[in-house]
Design a protein around this ligand. Structure first.
Ligand code: NAP
Length: 203
């Protein structure tokens, strides 16, 4: 039997309920056996001043996904030096999988924001990515889905109403002293408060 694995790539700065709903919905629609969340490493991060360090984004992702047996979190992008290209994320995870379960067939799906996927032609080795995985772009309702025009059989775009929640808005709310209750899992809200994230003082 072929195992169906989703890779949820993102900054997760912070992870929020919309990400969890999106992963769950994609898992349902594509009959995925599991979804591996892969937070980007620090080198990738554009807003060093207002973002959380990679280790805390990783920790928040672990805490947020802990209760769901379908979800795992990988350190491949956190631990790799340099820019974490998706072609490397998929190669590392596929190599790990082949080592853990030799001979086991797997079908791979790379899930991320449709905004991010719209730029895929500028990513490293887009054809290699499309050969390695089916791409699933998730987006908030009302957002115009940009179609990168590449192999429609290998790219799906899906609207997820819960993605009305965004990490940008959560960072803004924390900075403004507004509550993030129910927008992020409780454990994530506790980590944000404990480490003073997004206040402009500690990140
Ligand atoms: P981003 O530019 O920070 O995010 C763009 C938009 O997509 C935001 O609205 C973001 O919402 C949303 N988004 C990002 N990841 C998501 C997810 N997993 N589920 C739902 N929405 C998501 O994008 P990024 O986080 O830096 O990169 C996304 C992924 O694409 C990463 O895995 C990254 O490694 C990969 N990527 C690869 C290349 C390359 O190989 N050259 C280039 C760009 C990106 P939130 O802020 O609410 O998450």
């Amino acid at each position: 039997m072929t195992v169906r694995i989703g890779v949820m790539g993102g900054s997760f700065d912070p992870i929020h309920i919309g990400h969890l709903v999106a992963a769950s919905e994609v898992a349902h629609r594509f009959s995925l056996d599991r979804v591996v969340f892969s937070p980007t490493g620090q080198a990738w991060h554009k807003e060093a001043g207002t973002s959380a360090p990679a280790e805390l984004r990783y920790l928040m992702t672990v805490v947020a996904t802990a209760a769901d047996p379908r979800f795992d979190v990988s350190r491949v992008d956190i631990d790799r030096d340099g820019q974490p290209y998706t072609i490397d994320t998929l190669a590392d995870l596929q190599a790990q999988f082949a080592k853990e379960l030799p001979g086991q067939d797997a079908e791979w799906f790379f899930i991320t924001g449709a905004d991010a996927l719209a730029d895929i032609l500028d990513w490293r080795d887009p054809q290699g990515i499309l050969s390695a995985a089916h791409l699933v772009g998730v987006t908030r309702p009302g957002h115009v889905l940009a179609d990168p025009g590449l192999r429609p059989d290998r790219i799906s775009l899906i609207e997820i109403p819960a993605l009305a929640i965004s990490s940008t808005d959560i960072r803004r709310r924390v900075q403004a002293g507004e509550p993030v209750t129910y927008l992020v899992p409780d454990g994530v809200a506790h980590l944000i408060a404990k480490h003073g994230l997004y206040t402009g003082e500690n990140g």
